[in-house]
Write a protein that binds this ligand. Structure first.
Ligand code: NAP
Length: 487
């Protein structure tokens, strides 16, 4: 099978840091179809060889194990080409069309790794140049809009030129091996399904914590914030993966139908819930690994009076038979105490205790997404006390079964972007987001955005290197629970 992958934004941060390394890994693993061309597009005036040289230098920043040898790079570089093009200029699309027609590949992937403000014009002009044929696949990066109306406007334009099955909306969290293993754990094993419900589960926590600040993306982040950047997409997709009903089969639309039902079942916001169940924060200067780091408002590109949130913690419920009454907590932020993405399923304690257990001890399933990648099942076991006393015989102590996917399957496993890029080339939509899911997610976060707009107090400060404002702990404590690292 032959393919052309047109990488709009081929000189941008995403292309360098994620897409090129992922394409190279697929090439190295022999999974990238051999008859392929990758065409980087941007406004710079570069020849193919200059573009290849530029990419070669960027690979120096990639972790050692994933860096190509000079011979490997030369073979990979034969796939790389460059086209100077301004996406806002209709005449430039003709040159792209000519290049693509010349080869007439079986599959043409258009990857929009550019600012979302260019998505609409790019789709319209691709269609005007006749590039929306049946073998075209379009990849859209997040954020797709900044609210429901702008998201709908982009989706309407895209759908007016391509069928839904040709549109691949990326949420790279869905490509993470742990998320695929969550599906496998839930729908490939009989063990957990009988327990996966309100009668046995006390609460579910989704944490996506970053230790980094906004780095070089201050201006972008300041107009976006944690709610739009992380909650509307990644966190809600994780919530769908953990809470959805078993789909009738593994077809993309059957999976996406079930995710959509979860989003539609999220408890609608009331004024009271907005006031007490959503906490926003902004990081101040603090100490991380012994170094003092800047506060958010002092970061380059950030408005010194910014009220943009760099932290969100919220509590919600899913109004259906499986989950009614079970709190789902979502928490995400920058400059937190560690880089840690995990889903924690806390089971209820036994209904009648005959052993002594540490206060609050109960079973827990932790699904680690990053930096560690694996599953941990926390159990209570008989304490092994040499003294063989009666008290020891009646005491339980927490132990855990640890399935470390890196150790079990090797660190050469397929990364998220590698997996997703190969899926696009293959036309597999399972791990991509449908427009109605996205719209439902925007519909649910919009009341929070509206509430914040009218709330003068702004985000709560928290020191860099902590787990966010103390109000996030107070929120969860109201239910008698605690964040997993605090318990
Ligand atoms: P970036 O570093 O600013 O790169 C933008 C790219 O688009 C550059 O190659 C730029 O090249 C090109 N470009 C800009 N205007 C253009 C035009 N009119 N015509 C043709 N090319 C144009 O941005 P990025 O960080 O890579 O982000 C790209 C997209 O991915 C954004 O939607 C972002 O939100 C999303 N995203 C990024 C990341 C990330 O980690 N970076 C993560 C998730 C999602 P020239 O200026 O030379 O033309």
């Amino acid at each position: 099978m032959s393919f052309d992958l047109v990488l709009f934004g081929g000189t941008g941060d995403l292309a360098w840091r994620k897409l090129m390394p992922a394409l190279f890994q697929a090439f190295r693993h022999g999974t990238l179809p051999a008859d392929g061309r990758i065409i980087g597009v941007a406004r710079d005036d570069l020849s193919d060889s200059q573009y290849r040289a530029l990419i070669r230098t960027r690979f120096d920043e990639v972790e050692l194990a994933k860096r190509p040898s000079p011979e490997e790079f030369d073979r990979f570089a034969a796939l790389l080409h460059f086209l100077r093009m301004d996406l806002s200029q209709p005449q430039d699309y003709e040159r792209l069309a000519a290049q693509l027609r010349e080869r007439n590949a079986d599959t043409v992937v258009m990857y929009l790794a550019t600012a979302p403000s260019l998505f609409t014009v790019a789709c319209e002009q691709l269609a005007a140049a006749g590039l929306n044929t049946a073998n075209t696949r379009l990849v859209l990066e997040k954020p797709l809009g900044h609210d429901l109306a702008s998201n709908r406007a982009i989706n309407e334009t895209v759908r007016s030129v391509l069928a839904e099955k040709q549109i691949f909306r990326i949420d790279h969290y869905l490509g993470k091996p742990s998320v695929q293993n969550l599906f496998a754990l839930r729908f490939g094993n009989a063990l957990f399904e009988p327990l996966w419900r309100r009668e046995t589960i006390a609460n579910i926590q989704i944490t996506i914590a970053e230790d980094l600040g906004v780095e070089k993306r201050g201006a972008f982040y300041d107009s976006t914030g944690a709610l739009r950047d992380m909650v509307q997409n990644h966190a809600l997709q994780l919530l769908c993966a953990v809470a959805m009903e078993p789909p009738i089969n593994s077809h993309a639309d059957d999976i996406r139908d079930e995710k959509l039902k979860v989003l539609r079942s999220l408890r609608p916001w009331t004024a009271q819930a907005l006031g007490q169940d959503v906490i926003r924060g902004q990081y101040m200067s603090g100490r991380m690994e012994g170094e003092i780091v800047s506060g958010y408002r002092d970061e380059p590109g950030v408005n010194p009076e910014s009220t943009t949130e760099t932290f969100v913690a919220l509590r919600t419920e899913i109004a259906n038979w499986r989950w009614a009454g079970v709190p789902f907590y979502i928490r995400t932020g920058k400059r937190l105490a560690g880089r840690d993405a995990r889903i924690v399923v806390n089971f209820r304690p036994v209904p009648h205790a005959i052993f002594h257990s540490p206060a609050g001890a109960a079973n827990q399933l932790a699904i680690h997404l990053q930096p560690k990648d694996g599953l941990e099942l926390h159990l209570l076991a008989q304490a092994q006390d040499q003294r063989h006393s009666k008290a020891a015989a009646q005491s339980l102590t927490p132990v855990h079964l640890d399935l470390d996917f890196d150790k079990r399957f090797g660190s050469e496993r397929v990364g998220a972007y590698e997996r997703l890029l190969l899926d696009v080339i293959d036309g597999r939509l399972n791990l991509f987001v449908r427009s109605d899911e996205q719209e439902e997610a925007w519909r649910w976060v919009e009341p929070i955005m509206e509430f914040w707009r009218n709330e003068p107090s702004g985000p709560r400060p928290y020191a860099a290197g902590t787990w966010g404002p103390s109000a996030a702990s107070a929120m969860i404590a109201r239910d008698g629970h605690c964040w997993s690292e605090e318990c």
